[in-house]
Design a protein around this ligand. Structure first.
Ligand code: SF4
Length: 387
């Protein structure tokens, strides 16, 4: 940490997790690393009077640097990494299926802890279905405290990782034993979008007039596939962009998969890859998730191969830690549109083309699904009592 500007107001804080971050920022011995989730950049501006759907990515980066962050990185980088690991898992399972071997299908996405908690407590007999890939937040923490701490030549205990998340369930996720090493968490504190806004206000930072900052390197580079993780259907679309190109060994004619976009509670689509029909479904909101899970439990009549679930309506853009939206469809739509615009404006829109991800595999993780990748980037599921 470098900056103590926000410390004197500590006593005025309501009970939240910002005080721990203030402490770490004031500790000159601690390297403080921030990551910002995809959905936060299209919503946090609302806390400062900006229109819903204003993309304030650059201002968010600058504000975190002004607070005293040593590094500001992007969860989107880890979302690209998630696609590499989860996409490889999906390809492995599809190959087995196509060869007539027994395998666990459909693959369920595992990046939403609201959903993970739900299936662990409600469907303990089906825990072979979810991808073992950690969520982007979890992967980021593992990369930061292993690869990046080694690179800086510091003890992982001298690094403090702060997540900026749209989500309160992410706090519980960060506390999982599987996301710790010898008791030291990969992510030290999770702040919601609203908590971060409060921190910025307490530090008297004039957010609206901040210049745009750039994410630090190398955990700050990301593609359009990563940012759409923030909206319902986005994780599956990102995975399809990569899975298609890896299996077909050719460039996608069109990167947008319109069929998995939009606000229908349950979207079903069929994509033909290497001559095979791949059936996918996208659910948002846990009542829709339950519907699709009951269907799978009862014999998977639609022959689904991959299913994305997000617990919040609209996906993370409608998360419980975001500026209050009161279920207002216009606000959710504005945040969604802004997300797709960020994707469209990116030069690189497929996770497997992210040069920083390629370099990370070359330098450290070898290849998706390698032993070290499994050790650091994957997790496991167990039956849990209801949260
Ligand atoms: Fe969190 Fe909701 Fe996003 Fe799930 S959908 S990760 S619960 S914000």
């Amino acid at each position: 940490g470098q900056c103590v500007a926000v410390c004197p107001v500590g006593a005025l804080m309501e009970k939240d997790d910002t005080d721990q971050v203030i402490k770490a920022l004031a500790d000159t011995d601690m390297t403080v690393v921030f990551q910002t989730a995809p959905a936060t950049r299209v919503a946090i501006g609302e806390e400062f009077g900006l229109e819903p759907g204003t993309d304030v990515t650059g201002k968010l980066v600058t504000s975190l640097k002004d607070l005293g962050a040593d590094y500001v990185f992007d969860t989107d980088f880890a979302a690209d990494l998630t696609i590499m690991e989860e996409g490889t898992e999906l390809i492995d399972r599809l190959n087995k299926f196509l060869n007539g071997e027994k395998t666990a299908l459909p693959l369920l996405t595992s990046c939403c802890p609201g959903w993970v908690n739900f299936y662990e407590s409600n469907y303990p007999d089906m825990l072979d279905l979810p991808s073992t890939a950690k969520s982007p937040q979890g992967m980021f923490g593992a990369v930061a405290k292993n690869y990046f701490a080694e690179k800086l030549n510091i003890d992982r205990k001298k690094m403090f990782v702060v997540s900026v998340m749209p989500c309160t369930a992410k706090k519980i996720e960060a506390d999982r034993e599987e996301l710790k090493e010898d008791g030291n968490p990969d992510v030290d504190v999770v702040l919601t979008t609203r908590e971060v806004a409060r921190l910025i206000k307490l530090a008297n930072i004039d957010f609206v007039n901040l210049p745009d900052g750039d994410y630090d390197s190398p955990l700050g580079e990301s593609t359009g596939a990563a940012v759409i993780f923030g909206v319902t259907g986005g994780v599956l679309e990102a995975a399809l962009r990569t899975v298609y190109e890896v299996l077909e060994k050719k460039t996608l004619p069109r990167v947008e998969f319109e069929a998995v976009r939009g606000f229908d509670g349950l979207k079903v689509a069929t994509v033909t890859i290497v001559g095979q029909d791949i059936n996918v479904a996208v659910a948002h909101g846990l009542s829709n998730a339950r519907k699709v899970m009951e269907e799978i439990k009862n014999g998977n009549p639609r022959n689904l191969h991959a299913v994305e679930v997000m617990a919040c309506p609209g996906g993370c853009i409608g998360g419980g830690g975001q500026p209050y939206h009161y279920g207002d469809g216009d606000i959710l739509k504005a945040r969604t549109n802004a997300t797709y615009q960020i994707d469209e404006a990116k030069v690189i829109r497929k996770s497997h083309e992210n040069p920083a991800i390629k370099a990370l595999y070359e330098e450290y993780y070898e290849e998706p699904g390698s032993e070290i990748a499994h050790h650091q980037l994957h997790t496991r599921y167990t039956y849990r009592e209801r949260y």
